[in-house]
Design a protein around this ligand. Structure first.
Ligand SMILES: Cc1cc2nc3c(=O)[nH]c(=O)nc-3n(C[C@H](O)[C@H](O)[C@H](O)COP(=O)(O)O)c2cc1C
Length: 193
């Protein structure tokens, strides 16, 4: 694809598909603040999974088209039972299919980037071999990291907000700015476009 004004080649896919999964966003503080900071950003397509699919009936074709159209897939969620909220798991199960995301001819996500943004109730200290959650955040996120690997995606260092429930508004605002900067760093620069 060529940019008419500059003659520069632009990638067929670009930008960040930001997929938010929070079952009670109206009661959220952390994810709401993060989403608010990132979703208006040029180049970011925002999708609130629980708002789009309150009955868990996912439009697979629409979701696959959205994935194809973006270079970066960002998954944002609160950590629930050391994992993703249920609808995000359902979305992965139903949309990231054999023949699409992996397996024979399953190359739709190959070369794209997977970026995880996650909030936790517990503090950073808890996510340690000697902490009460016993394992690191990297360890809890291994299933997603391996999913990226299986699909030929690049695994971006995750963005994690620990102790999200006890952070005051100023601290959450600072995290939201940090998040916005991470999202911006994943967007193509003008010279790449
Ligand atoms: C069902 C449920 C399961 C949770 N599981 C975890 C968990 O495994 N580890 C953790 O640190 N916090 C856990 N939490 C706390 C949430 O991660 C925390 O409340 C959330 O990240 C705060 O973000 P929010 O303000 O956007 O809701 C859980 C909360 C709920 C409701």
């Amino acid at each position: 694809m060529t940019d008419a004004s500059t003659g520069a080649m632009t990638p067929a896919t670009s930008g960040v598909l930001l997929v938010l999964a929070h079952p009670a966003l109206e009661r959220s503080r952390a994810n709401r603040a993060l989403a608010k900071a990132a979703k208006g950003y040029a180049g970011v397509t925002f999708k609130d999974l629980y708002e789009t699919y309150p009955d868990f009936v996912i439009d697979i074709e629409t979701e696959q088209a959205a994935l194809r159209a973006h270079q970066v897939v960002a998954l944002q969620f609160p950590l629930y039972w050391y994992s993703t909220p249920a609808l995000l798991k359902e979305w992965l199960d139903l949309v990231w299919l054999h023949g699409f995301a992996y397996g024979e001819d399953g190359e739709a996500l190959k070369g794209k980037t997977l970026f995880v943004a996650c909030t936790t109730g517990a503090s950073a200290k808890a996510y340690h071999a000697h902490g009460y959650n016993r394992f690191s955040m990297d360890e809890f996120l291994r299933p997603l990291e391996q999913t990226a690997h299986l699909c030929g995606m690049v695994w971006e260092t995750p963005f994690v907000v620990h102790g999200a429930s006890v952070k005051d508004d100023a601290a959450l605002k600072a995290e939201a700015e940090r998040y916005k900067a991470r999202i911006a760093s994943l967007l193509p620069t003008k010279t790449e476009a």
